[in-house]
Design a protein around this ligand. Structure first.
Ligand code: MSP
Length: 634
């Protein structure tokens, strides 16, 4: 069977963050899962490089759009390589073959009578690259999707006859292509409310693909960035060119965030219908990762860098956590506490310990060499249970319930650990039941073998370590034999390895991450902001009333600062290496006074003290002369 797995192509106006990593990691999981199951797979990711937003971002940085796109696209590719993402092709919408395919598709739609010329008048959100009618806007002005201010657009435009496809789309949804089903229902309701034709060209900026066969004397029309971008899913397979991989199209699975479902579940299939191409097999829409309940954004500065988390905890753990923690489709909070809990309970206790005990007992009782044909015979109930667990787990991948899939797979390890507790191999050996003991250990090796095959697509490195220890192979042939045919292997030659997941001390990890947060990292030159954006921050002068070290931390100081309010503010600052706390009492400092309170080492911090740091160290920013506490800095 052919499986074609795609991620959205990422805008190059942002460096990769956890949301991008999430989609890409799920896609990578699916690719590896299907490949292990013996399917033929093709995994596509890439970057979306045209449009007004990229043009503006590049110009704010003094670069050409192409220079800028090449730079950021490279960062995405670099990160995916570091994460071991096993993509087959990385597309850039500035690639020649893609541009050709988009122009060809435009021409085909026009020939089909689906494109006509008119004038567009309405609102446009540059951030979402999306059109809205005035009634769709929030408070008459703001984008209903991202909340940013929209701008009025009135320009000559070509339109795509989207309304024509309303019934065909509704018919298609009956085959349940969109998961989770509550997201599909949202789409159906939207379409039932009626579709407007879609403006698919713009004339007021340059950076994009020109329409083909432009009429002489006509204003230059640039193809709407979403039409351009969506076509990547077929141009990457050779559409409009060598058609080399088009056979994969029949097995397409698109992974998208809920915010871009409308484009994929309405516009995209309508374009495909117009082009006479088959519709996507499946569209899986995931929710958003939030940071402490808040949407992540560069301007708030609460964006979680996937590389930092993976460097700190390891790539496999990061992948496991992303898929296990949140029910696919729903929003989830990225919490360090939850991550550490999962490492300690599911990875270290359930899985890591099982392997350790298996190695220990095999060595002690059978010199690391196991051989028994009676595993199922001695433990028929458990063999049955194991078979049922696998049968329940497998369909969950097709249903896009990845968290439930892992939950079921982990029951295999719980079952194994329970067997050790119930049958007490140490007592069996003592009672001279060596044959049963060996059968038990062989049963456990089989259970671990099967479980490992099932989670290998999520934690490939860990799976390989277990494979090395049990002397097994993670390969489609093993999957077929052990999972599909429910085979039991009789012999295992075991190799000792170091524990897989050492337990993590919460406090130590928390402090490391908090320290990282305290060093505000500016990863790239800040883009220009408007004066209104600057005044969103409330900066004030205040006097330090108390200052002491935070217990258990080498970096943090705890301040009580008088900002002229009813009671002093408690503020935590990571400057203990630079100041003696007593020396600061009585000093006036500059404070960001309207920051959302945050918890550091269990203490609430209600603001941020401004400082400056260079190679000579860190200094607080202090008013030249004393001013009234609470005075506004402007
Ligand atoms: N370029 C378009 C996609 C075109 S596909 C033909 C685009 N790019 S994006 O870079 O803005 O977003 C890509 C994906 O990242 C979306 O699926 C979006 O849902 C996802 N995420 C962005 N922030 C996210 C979180 N905080 N959490 C989870 N995913 C989110 O849209």
């Amino acid at each position: 069977m052919k499986r074609y797995i795609t991620t959205p192509i990422y805008y190059v106006n942002d460096v990769p963050h956890i949301g991008h990593a999430y989609t890409t990691i799920i896609a990578d999981f699916l690719k590896r899962f299907y490949a292990l199951r013996g399917d033929e797979t093709f995994f596509l990711t890439g970057t979306d490089e045209h449009g007004q937003k990229i043009e503006q971002s590049a110009s704010a940085r003094g670069k050409t759009p192409m220079q800028y796109a090449t730079e950021v696209s490279g960062k995405f590719r670099e990160l995916w390589n570091e994460f071991g993402i096993d993509y087959d092709h990385f597309i850039r919408t500035t690639d020649d073959y893609h541009i050709k395919a988009v122009q060809l598709a435009f021409e085909k739609m026009r020939e089909r009578g689906d494109i006509y010329k008119g004038e567009y008048e309405g609102q446009y959100c540059v951030s979402c690259e999306s059109f809205f009618t005035p009634t769709q806007l929030k408070e008459g002005k703001f984008c209903p999707d991202c909340g940013k201010s929209t701008s009025g657009v009135k320009e000559e435009s070509y339109f795509f006859a989207l309304s024509k496809y309303q019934d065909k789309l509704l018919e298609w949804y009956e085959s349940n292509p969109i998961l989770p089903s509550y997201r599909q229902n949202e789409v159906i309701n939207f379409v039932k409310n009626g579709l407007n034709d879609l403006s698919i060209t713009r004339t007021t900026f340059e950076w994009g693909i020109e329409i083909p066969n432009q009429k002489e004397g006509e204003r230059k029309h640039i193809i709407y960035v979403w039409l351009d971008a969506l076509l990547n899913y077929v141009s990457a397979l050779g559409y409009g060119g060598d058609e080399k991989n088009m056979s994969f199209w029949q097995g397409s699975i698109h992974l998208v965030g809920k915010d871009i479902l409308r484009f994929h579940a309405i516009y995209w299939p309508a374009f495909l219908l117009s082009l006479g191409l088959p519709l996507p097999q499946k569209i899986y829409a995931h929710g958003w990762w939030l940071n402490e309940g808040q949407k992540m954004s560069k301007s708030i500065g609460n964006v979680i860098n996937p590389k930092e988390v993976s460097d700190e905890f390891g790539n496999d753990i990061f992948r496991f956590f992303l898929l296990r923690e949140v029910p696919f489709g729903q929003d989830g909070d990225f919490s360090l506490n939850a991550l550490v809990d999962r490492i300690n309970s599911e990875l270290s206790n359930d899985l890591g310990n099982l392997l350790n005990r298996l190695i220990g007992m095999s060595e002690k009782y059978f010199s690391l060499s196991l051989n028994s044909s009676k595993a199922k015979e001695f433990f028929p109930t458990e063999a049955n249970e194991l078979e049922n667990l696998i049968a329940q787990a497998l369909p969950l991948v097709e249903n896009a319930q990845f968290h439930r899939y892992l939950e079921e797979v982990w029951k295999i390890f719980s079952l194994s650990n329970t067997m050790i507790a119930r049958y007490e191999p140490w007592s069996l050996i003592k009672n001279g039941e060596s044959e049963k003991t060996e059968a038990l250990l062989v049963f456990l090796c089989n259970a671990l073998f099967k479980g490992t095959l099932l989670f290998a697509p999520i934690m490939p490195t860990t799976a390989q370590k277990i494979a090395d220890s049990l002397g097994i192979e993670i390969a489609p042939s093993s999957f077929e034999k052990m999972i599909i045919q429910n085979h039991y292997q009789e012999r295992f030659e075991i190799t000792k390895i170091t524990p897989l997941f050492p337990r993590v001390e919460k406090k130590e990890k928390e402090e490391k991450v908090e320290e990282k947060k305290a060093e505000v990292k500016v990863e790239e030159k800040n883009p220009l902001i408007k004066i209104d954006d600057f005044f969103l921050s409330d900066l004030r002068v205040g006097e330090v009333l108390e200052c002491k070290n935070v217990e258990g931390s080498e970096k943090l100081l705890l301040f009580q600062v008088d900002l002229g309010e009813e009671k002093p503010r408690q503020i935590i600052s990571g400057i203990a290496q630079y100041y003696n706390p007593q020396d600061l009492v009585g000093t006036q400092v500059c404070v960001v006074a309207n920051l959302k309170p945050a918890k550091l080492m269990g203490l609430v911090s209600e603001g941020m003290i401004l400082s400056v740091k260079d190679e000579n160290g860190l200094k607080l920013i202090i008013p030249q002369e004393k001013r009234k506490n609470g005075s506004k800095i402007g």
